[in-house]
Design a protein around this ligand. Structure first.
Ligand SMILES: Nc1ncnc2c1ncn2[C@@H]1O[C@H](COP(=O)(O)OP(=O)(O)O)[C@@H](O)[C@H]1O
Ligand SMILES: [Mg+2]
Length: 262
């Protein structure tokens, strides 16, 4: 890790409550260029809520967000995109009945000087971006509903990075995929890493993400239990963080770390 590079994102002391429930309570997390940080924890731990604050879907009650070392004002998803933050939700939100290029440019189509759709330009750009991500992808003429889960995922990612996303959030990306497609998503993530994109990978299942992640951050009951480089902790230790809130020696404890009775 290059210690001189500013983090792409730093979320500091973020809190949000729904009614009386502190869904996220004083959570801090950061992400560096080309890094994959897995955000782990049981269902209800606050992972999606924390990340929805970063993507502008929820408004935080407290805390600070910095992008490239400068305070960012993110009040809605459009603000987040302006800062190069893109989110891929489990549902992918693709338009099923049109092809990959149409999905990539949905709502931001390239026009000719005559005011008509520039299909050739959009297909060329789609082929370039998809070629970078998934060189084997050839099904440019088919509606995306006909594609495999892994191929659909690559279309969703291509759409996210098309307009220079630097920070990608993937919420439970492999939850609905088989082993082969999960492997394909891993390849996509490795490719994005090479391009210097930082990725938050959210999962309730450590086995899905441990090998891909440079660091893990574990949440429990809205609070960060701890953060660790995957090379400094074992999967069993991370399970102990998730289940018991127990922070191993190789991890930096957060406010949610269980404190041992003296
Ligand atoms: N829009 C909402 N309204 C009320 N409660 C919510 C809302 N979103 C999340 N929560 C609550 O916040 C907590 C954290 O949820 P969530 O962030 O979805 O957890 P995770 O993604 O880790 O499974 C849960 O108790 C959940 O019920
Ligand atoms: Mg969630």
């Amino acid at each position: 890790m290059d210690n001189h590079a500013a983090p792409l994102v730093e979320m500091r002391d973020i809190s949000i409550a729904f009614g009386g429930i502190r869904a996220v309570d004083g959570a801090s997390i950061d992400l560096y260029p080309g890094e994959v940080v897995a955000l782990l924890g049981h269902n209800g731990a606050g992972k999606s809520t924390l990340i929805k604050i970063l993507s502008g879907a929820y408004k935080r009650d407290a805390g600070t967000i910095l992008v490239n070392g400068e305070e960012a004002s993110i009040a809605n998803p459009r603000d987040a995109k302006k800062y190069g933050i893109e989110t891929i939700y489990q549902t992918l939100a693709l338009a099923d009945n049109v092809d990959a290029a149409a999905n990539l440019f949905l709502g931001r189509e390239i026009m000719t000087p005559f005011g008509t759709l520039d299909d050739a330009a959009m297909e060329a750009k789609a082929r370039e971006v998809m070629g970078r991500l998934n060189p084997r992808f050839q099904r440019f003429k088919e509606p995306v509903v006909k594609l495999s889960g892994g191929q659909r995922q690559s279309v969703a990612i291509a759409r996210a990075i098309l307009f220079d996303a630097r920070i990608l959030i993937m919420d439970e990306p492999t939850a609905a995929l088989g082993p082969q497609e999960t492997a394909q998503v891993s390849e996509l993530v490795m490719q994005l890493k090479k391009e210097g994109i930082g990725i938050f990978l959210i999962s309730h299942d450590i086995h899905d993400v441990f090998d891909l992640a440079d660091r893990v951050c574990v949440m429990k009951n809205g609070r960060v239990v701890g953060t660790a480089r995957t090379s400094d902790v074992t999967q069993d230790e991370v399970l102990g963080m998730i289940i018991l809130g127990k922070c191993p020696p190789g991890a930096v404890p957060g406010p949610g770390a269980m404190t041992l009775a003296a």
